[in-house]
Design a protein around this ligand. Structure first.
Ligand code: HPA
Length: 279
């Protein structure tokens, strides 16, 4: 097995990447990192005094392969709050090991980040959902059957992290407050993560509905697990870009996912700005 999670080698990979990022950030010491999902890359353009660090300059960071994902970390400020934005994530469906998907998260932890805002595109399962719209992630179901903590414990990680409040209840309350103040519709629900890259079948969606999922996607869970193993609190938003398979006559396409994501990106940016000002 290879990868950033492998014992001491893992620590070296995290430390090496963190060293490069820290040097580029200079005096900027973000405590908040934001991961941008499909169609949501525009949020990175809102960062002021931006320091752009392409993934090819960061040891251990592969080139992102998913369309609609850039490949850079952007340090700077949003609402005068220092932030580190991850524009482009590593998906398991690209063939990346879970440790690679979680590498940026561990790097953030090494840099002193204590709050992780994760975003993604998702299919809507709850029947009242009318995409494109935003969902506040209340909880998740890991159906990737992979976990970035498997293997020797990477220094700094907890072996058996508690997952009873994976998406911090205080941060969620704050997000609901912002949504209300900004008049942004925001439903709260459970995100189910599957490996992908094929979209789900109608039978799979019926199963997901029965086990309590409100939205389905192919990301986020490895990062949130890695974050919880470091005590980082998480806040998650899904841009529900389409009705899940079988719930409408429409066929699913990644291009539509990207387009629908762009339609709610402005709302997402306002939500994130509102949360940052209230932290
Ligand atoms: N399924 C899985 N992932 C997705 C979907 C979907 O319907 N829409 C956007 N990402």
């Amino acid at each position: 097995m290879t990868g950033a999670g492998e014992g001491n080698k893992g620590k070296t990979a995290v430390a090496e990447a963190a060293g490069v990022v820290a040097r580029r950030l200079g005096k900027l010491e973000p405590r908040i990192a934001i991961v941008l999902g499909s169609g949501l890359a525009g949020v990175a353009d809102a960062v002021g005094q931006a320091v752009r660090i392409p993934y090819k300059e960061i040891p251990g960071f592969p080139e992102p392969g998913a369309p609609g994902h850039k490949g850079e970390l952007v340090g700077g400020t949003l609402e005068h709050v220092p932030v580190l934005v991850q524009s482009g994530r590593f998906h398991l469906y690209e063939g990346h090991a879970p440790e690679v998907a979680a590498l940026p998260t561990r790097v953030f932890a090494s840099l002193g980040v204590t709050t992780l805002v994760v975003t993604n595109a998702a299919g809507g399962i709850r029947h009242s959902f009318r995409p494109p719209m935003l969902m506040l992630i209340a909880d998740h179901i890991n159906l990737m059957f992979r976990n970035p903590l498997v293997g020797r414990v990477v220094e700094g990680d907890e072996r058996f992290p508690d997952m009873s409040d994976p998406y911090d209840s205080g941060l969620r309350a704050l997000a609901r407050e912002v949504a209300q103040a900004e008049r942004i519709p925001l439903e709260e629900g459970v995100y189910a993560a599957l490996l992908g890259p094929s979209f789900e079948t109608p039978a799979e969606i019926r199963m997901l509905e029965r086990i309590g999922a409100d939205a389905v996607g192919m990301s986020t869970v490895p990062e949130v697990i890695a974050a919880r193993a470091r005590g980082i609190r998480c806040l998650g938003f899904s841009s529900v870009t389409n009705v899940a398979a079988g719930l409408s006559a429409q066929k699913l396409s990644h291009l539509e996912v990207l387009e629908a994501g762009r339609q709610v990106a402005g709302q997402l940016e306002r939500l994130i700005r509102g949360v940052l000002t209230r932290l």
